[in-house]
Design a protein around this ligand. Sequence first.
Ligand code: ZN
Length: 78
Amino acid sequence: MKTMTCKQLGGPCDLAFSGETADDVINAQDQHLKDAVAAGDTAHEPARNDMKGRWKHPIKGMGWYKDTKRTFAALPED
Ligand SMILES: [Zn+2]
């Protein structure tokens, strides 16, 4: 398992997510952003909009996705 924080994934807080793959932590972050914004947390809105944009424009979002995968791959195991 490896851990990335909301901040490392483009968000504003230090909440940490653990997962076996980069996709696990990306999905956890996606859910966290949805939950935070649904709860009225405006600090997470820009990151939520960025994340939405990535799913809508997969080619443009690919750079971020690759960077995140690379960062994840370079992390030490928990
Ligand atoms: Zn957060």
